[in-house]
Design a binder for this molecule. Sequence first.
Ligand code: GBH
Length: 448
Amino acid sequence: MGDIRFPDGFFWGAATAAYQIEGAADTDGRGPSIWDTFSATPGATAHGHTGRIACDHYHRFGDDITLMKSLGLQRYRFSISWPRVQPDGSGPVNPAGLAFYDRLVDGLLEAGITPMATLYHWDLPQAVHNCGGWPARDTAYRFGEYATIVADRLADRVADWSTLNEPWCAAFLGYAAGIHAPGMTDPGASFAAAHHLLLGHGLAVDSLRAAGAESVSIVLNNSVVRGDPEAVKLVDGLANRVFTGPLFDGAYPSDVLEHAARFTDHSFIQDGDLDVISRPIDLLGLNYYNPTWVRRKAGAPGSAAHPGTEGIDFSAPSDLDRTAMGWPIDAGGLSDLLLQAHRDYGVPLAITENGAAFDDKADADGYVDDVDRVAFLDSHLRAVDEAITKGADVRGYLAWSLMDNFEWAEGYTKRFGIVRVDYDTGRRIPKASAEWYANVIRHHGLST
Ligand code: GBH
C-alpha cells in the first residue's frame, strides 16, 4: 500500500447540528422545538438530558471557529434552528435569531472556512407540531417559506446549502419508532411525514434557487442493506427508495407503495407533488455509520422504524467490532454506499457525516487518546478512496462531529466529537483524532 491522495478540490471538514450544540434554548427570542418538548418528557432521553445548554455554541461560536481554523478545516457544516429564526414556525421573523447565523457565517468566511448550511436537522418549531407537524401538508409550505427567509438573508455569502438532514430519521424514528421527537408510534403518520418532508424539500429547493444559492443538496442516511434478497428489497424500499424514488425518478416505487398501503391510503400524495420533489439538485450528501443486516426469521419482531417488517431479523453479524452506540463497524459499507449511489442517482456525492462514539477516557488535562476513533476514521477514509478509485464522484468528506454534543435519545452519554467537550466548564479539548485529522487535511490524504 502506498500513500493515498484525494482528488484535487476534494474538501475536508466537520459537521454539527443546531439542537445538538447551540444551547441558549430561551435566548434572544428562540421559540421551542419538538426536541425541547421531547427531551423534557420523562424517559425520552438518557438521564433526562436536554439540549437547553448543550455545548453553548450560541455564545462560544467565535472560539469554535478559531478551533476549526486551528485544525485546518476547509468546510463546516452546521444547521439552522427554524424556531430561532421563526419562533412560531410561521409569521414573524426573529431578527436576533437570524443575526446569530449572520455572525456565524461572517466569522467562518473571515477564518477562510466555507460554510455549508442545512435548513432542517430535526428541530421542528413546537407551534408547527401543534398544527399537525410533518404528517400535515401545511408544514411543507411553512418550511418553504422559512427557507426563503433564511436564503434571502444568507445566500449572498453561503454558496452550499442542504434542505433536510436525514428525512428517514425525522419521519420513521420520529413518527413510527417514537425514539426521536415528537415520539409518535403511528406508521401511517410516518409515511405522510416522509411525503411532506420531501415536498418541503422541493419547495425549499425553489426558495434557495430564487435566492441565488449556488449548490443545493439534500442529506440522506441511505442504508447499505445486506442479507436475504427478499428482505433486502423490502428494507431498501423502506429506508432508501421511498426517498430516492421521488427525488431522482419523480415517482414512488410501486413495491413501496403497495407495502405501505397496509398503513395508509396515500391520499397525501397530490397531483404535481412529484414534480416539486424531483427538482434537480447539485449534490447528494450521504451520512454513513454502518450497514443494516436483514434476514427472514420466523417470529422476529422486525424493526418499529421500518413499518411492516415483522418476521425480519435486523441483527448484525456477532463477530464485528462495535462502537459505544453498539453499532457494528464495517468500513466496506461506505464504499458500497458511494458506489451504489454513484450508479443509481447520477449526481455528485459528498460524505456529509461519518464518525463514531467510543468510550473516551480523558486524562487529568482532559486529553483523550482515542486510537479507536482514529482507526475508525482511517479505515473509512480508505473506503472513500476505494470508491473514488472505482469511479464514484465524491467531492468531499465531513467528520461527525466537530465536538462532543447532545446525542439525541442518548443525551450526553455518547461522544462523537474529534474535540472533547468538558460539560462542567464548557472547555473544548482536541482529541488525538483531531490532531490526526488535521494532518490528513494538511497532506490531502493518508500515509501508509
Ligand atoms: C446522524 O444520524 C445524525 O444526523 C446526527 O445528528 C447524529 O448525532 C449522528 O448521526 C450520530 O447518531 O434502523 O432503527 O436501528 C444517525 C442515523 C440512522 C443511526 C439509522 C442509527 C439505525 C436505526 N442513524 N441507524 S434502526
